[in-house]
Design a protein around this ligand. Structure first.
Ligand SMILES: Cc1cc2nc3c(=O)[nH]c(=O)nc-3n(C[C@H](O)[C@H](O)[C@H](O)COP(=O)(O)O)c2cc1C
Ligand SMILES: O=C(O)C(=O)c1ccccc1
Length: 383
């Protein structure tokens, strides 16, 4: 079913083309688009392309071990699924298909607070770790309730998105008057925080009006204590791009950071995630794991991010492309391609273990700076 004229897709990028051919135009543009001129969407990809690998030879790569732990849970590869709203836009089974696919590879899925399936149903289909992504809602009671439900359903961590006090100016969404079809909803919000989602208005995105109404832009550092006091789950911040914020988060005892610009969907002109990663890794200095998302499209991209200090990377759009092309099997194949390509890249660069992925493996200015930082001691908790 996923076969193209050329046969089964061989790359993640080929899944993009299949997804584009299958999805309604407005949905494709919602997935694919970014804020403003989309310079940050392109910047994420370009930053990966700029980094070259320095392969080492004669280093016995007969076995390459990709398994590791992420926030204490054993995983099959240093990969995960980034939080994305409404997977039912991509395929009928929605998040159920996603977590089944991720479970096959034993990698974590970050389930969005705007998931189109209930946390309980998603947990029933999951075999890999589940984390819950939160937006800071005005309705703190609703937030508290979803946290409790996720805890009860066995979720392993919370991911608070901090780059979205409002939605970025996404011109493609606005041009298509993007809104949800009537059968797709946010069932975890029990109809309480779901206004505007299905209303069409020319020249405006329903998601943007929804976010303006329900996301609380007053979120500040001091609010994190409230969230921490209401959960025993580890708390990860998603959307940090600077050393200053990374240091502050680490000082406050945050359990993990995701270097992310929301796939270029929020601030157009924000730094590419691969450019921001070394500063964040340096500022955190091993106090918590650092993850990255944005523009990861191949195993060599994954290798580059790990070599600059990310403990794992998360995939956004590629998972939706897999779901759109062929449901669970498509998402599973996308994740498998990335894992297999990472293994190839490790073997071909002389890296038999994740621990051997260090800045020395890369040829770029930032890797040189990271090398000079004397990572004499690889920071505690990195892998
Ligand atoms: C269609 C779509 C919906 C998204 N929804 C959310 C969301 O609800 N919450 C969130 O924190 N990030 C969301 N993101 C951002 C992703 O978590 C991630 O940061 C981004 O997609 C990574 O970049 P990539 O798509 O280039 O891999 C969304 C991204 C896409 C493409
Ligand atoms: O589309 C997104 O990127 C996103 O983060 C979002 C935000 C609010 C509602 C739905 C999706």
């Amino acid at each position: 079913m996923t076969d193209t004229a050329l046969g089964r897709p061989l790359t993640v990028e080929e899944y993009a083309r299949l997804a584009q051919a299958r999805l309604p135009g407005a949905t494709w543009h919602y997935f694919d688009g970014g804020a403003g001129t989309e310079s940050t969407v392109e910047g994420n990809l370009a930053a990966f392309r700029r980094v070259r690998i320095r392969p080492r030879v004669l280093n016995d790569v007969s076995r390459c071990d990709l398994s590791t732990t992420i926030l204490g849970d054993p995983v099959g590869a240093p990969l995960g699924v980034a939080p994305m709203a409404y997977h039912e836009l991509a395929c009928e089974e929605g998040e159920l298909a996603t977590v089944e696919a991720a479970g096959e590879l034993r990698v974590p899925t970050v389930v969005g607070i705007f998931a189109s399936r209930t946390f309980e149903d998603i947990a029933a289909h999951a075999t890999g770790p589940l984390w819950l992504q939160l937006y800071w809602l005005h309705r703190r009671d609703v937030l508290e309730r979803v946290v409790r439900r996720a805890e009860d359903a066995g979720f392993r961590a919370l991911v608070l998105t901090v780059d979205t006090p409002r939605l970025g100016r996404r011109l493609r969404e606005a041009r298509h008057g993007f809104h949800l079809p009537p059968h797709i909803t946010a069932p975890n919000l029990d109809g309480e925080v779901t206004g505007f989602l299905h209303e069409r208005k020319d020249g405006s995105s329903a998601l943007s009006r929804h976010a303006d109404a329900f996301i609380d832009p007053s979120l500040s550092w001091s609010d994190l204590d409230w969230l921490r006091s209401r959960t025993r789950l580890p708390l990860v911040l998603k959307g940090v791009l600077t050393a200053e914020d990374a240091a502050r988060a680490a000082e406050q005892g945050i359990d993990g950071l995701v270097v992310s610009n929301h796939g270029g969907r929020q601030l157009d002109g924000a730094a590419a995630t691969m450019d921001a990663l070394p500063d964040v890794v340096r500022a955190v200095a091993g106090r918590c794991p650092v993850f990255l998302d944005g523009g990861v499209r191949s195993g060599t991209d994954v290798l580059k991010a790990l070599a600059l200090g990310a403990q794992a990377v998360f995939l956004g759009r590629p998972v939706l492309w897999g779901l759109a092309a062929n449901g669970e099997a498509g998402a599973r194949h996308v994740l498998t391609l990335l894992r297999d390509e990472l293994e190839d890249a490790m073997a071909l660069s002389g890296c038999p273990s994740l621990a051997s992925l260090t800045p020395e493996r890369l040829d770029c200015e930032r890797a040189a700076a990271a090398r000079n930082d004397a990572h004499d001691d690889p920071p505690e908790g990195r892998r």
